[in-house]
Design a protein around this ligand. Structure first.
Ligand SMILES: [Zn+2]
Ligand SMILES: [Zn+2]
Length: 320
């Protein structure tokens, strides 16, 4: 399976202000130490090797949207955050080259940051497109219709031309969709949220965002050990550092890098992707949290096989 991250920011899409770009340029110039480059290509080559990701790259600012390739050829997409707009543009391009116009969406929940890309999803206007929305929430259709009511948006849902099907799954169910074996589980979050486990050919990807893990509720955590079990890639809500979740942000419905690593260790997962980044965190903050996560994983690993901790960013592709 190939996993493509179109949106990785939590709660609110962000665009970094000019000062952030200016900071990157200044740090790059200092790091270059007076070196000269023949052309932009040579500068790119040098920067790629010598600058940290937070200076040369960016984690991006679009809200949750993750594509999974590798099923029966239909599009498979988790959540409809603002990253969905870019996905829709790319999907339309691929459809012109013959890709089937079938879209399976898997909704973690219906909070605004997870559905706000839908009004800007071009393929919804394609009368030849089929859009199947899988959700744990019976009110998924209502949520999508409501955000396109006239008071909020100029294009009503009924103007969309694609053929829509909404399917509600019960937590604990396992079903087949788009050629993948899919399991759904309930998660602790305001108005509930759901995690999905996708399996194909002995490989597994887990999408588990907007999920608060209570350190004192071990029964619930054991259910997650089973859900994440031996996962090749676990995409996990790691919005805050542990200090924040314990002191300031308990009951805000999100989790920390530390809790995600503990869960993945207990589950024997192979790779963890930090996801749903806090909107106020700069690229340097996120990179630092990533580095601390790697250090923490090494510290608590003991005799377990290593868990690779990666940090999701808009545009990242991961193969499992
Ligand atoms: Zn969210
Ligand atoms: Zn939420």
């Amino acid at each position: 399976m190939l996993i493509r991250f179109w949106g990785t920011r939590g709660s609110l899409p962000v665009a970094r202000p000019a000062q952030a770009i200016q900071g990157k340029i200044a740090r790059a110039l200092v790091a270059a130490g007076g070196r000269t480059f023949a052309d932009e290509d040579e500068a790119h080559d040098w920067a790629q090797v010598n600058l940290p990701f937070s200076t040369y790259g960016s984690y991006g600012g679009a809200s949750s949207c993750v594509e999974i390739e590798g099923g029966d050829g239909a599009f498979v997409v988790c959540d409809m955050g603002s990253g969905l707009r870019e996905f829709g543009i790319d999907a339309a391009r691929r459809c012109k080259e013959g890709h089937p116009r079938v879209y399976h969406f898997f909704m973690s929940h219906l909070h605004w940051d997870h559905i706000m890309g839908f009004p800007f999803f071009g393929p919804a206007f394609d009368s030849g497109a089929e859009i199947i929305v899988h959700s744990g929430h019976p009110d998924a259709e209502e949520a999508l219709r409501r955000q396109q009511e006239e008071i909020s948006f100029p294009v009503p849902f009924d103007w969309l031309r694609a053929k829509f099907t909404f399917i509600t799954h019960a937590p604990g169910d396992t079903f087949e969709a788009a050629g993948l074996k899919v399991s759904i589980t309930g998660q602790h979050h305001s108005h509930d949220s759901y995690g999905y486990r996708f399996e194909k050919g002995g490989r597994s990807v887990i999408y588990s965002t907007d999920s608060e893990h209570k350190l004192d509720n071990m029964d619930a955590e054991e259910a997650f050990h089973a859900f994440f079990a031996s996962g090749d890639l676990v995409i996990c809500d790691t919005m805050y550092s542990l200090g924040d979740t314990v002191s300031l942000k308990q009951d805000w419905g999100h989790s920390s890098n530390v809790v995600a690593i503990d869960l993945c260790h207990a589950a024997g997962a192979k790779r963890l992707a930090l996801f749903h980044h806090e909107p106020t965190y700069s690229d340097r903050d996120i990179q630092q949290m990533h580095a601390e996560s790697i250090r923490y994983e090494e510290l608590v690993r003991a005799d377990r096989p290593p868990l690779e901790v990666i940090c999701a960013y808009d545009g990242l592709e991961v193969r499992v």
